[in-house]
Design a protein around this ligand. Structure first.
Ligand code: ZN
Length: 138
């Protein structure tokens, strides 16, 4: 069995953003040389997500509005976590959007369902953060 590991680094200037990382995961898969197996992609921070959904800007806007309703950033004083920090909402948004995705690799390609794409969800940007790609198979 082969394995391959790579980190993707981000420095999102805004507090929140959704970034399509599908091309980077496809590049990593190509580099790995693996034709049959599994790809795991996970955020390496507890205030960011990796998730799969549609690459559609209206939907991403809807996520932003929905997540702000569920866990509004302001007022930051509403959260007990925010003693000396202000990112309690980001921890909650990450919990809802998830930590990682697993995608099957078939014949050297990501074996997606219709419209599936992989996104990095940033909820507490303005600093360097990363995601892990791990690929196993043969
Ligand atoms: Zn925190």
């Amino acid at each position: 069995m082969k394995s391959y590991r790579q980190e993707l680094w981000f420095n999102v200037p805004t507090r929140r953003a959704f970034i399509n990382i599908t091309p980077e995961v496809e590049k990593a898969l190509k580099k790995s040389g693996i034709r049959e197996g599994l790809v795991l992609v996970n955020a390496m921070h507890i205030t960011a997500s990796v998730f799969i959904n549609d690459n559609e800007s209206g939907l991403h806007h809807d996520y932003e509005v929905w997540l702000e309703k569920l866990a509004p950033h302001e007022p930051v004083s509403q959260y007990r976590h925010n003693v000396g920090e202000d990112n309690a909402d980001a921890h909650m948004k990450r919990q809802v959007m998830g930590r990682e995705v697993v995608v099957a690799v078939t014949d050297g390609r990501l074996d997606f369902g219709t419209w599936e794409q992989i996104f990095y969800g940033e909820f507490d940007g303005g600093r360097k953060k990363r995601a892990l790609i791990k690929i196993i198979g043969e």
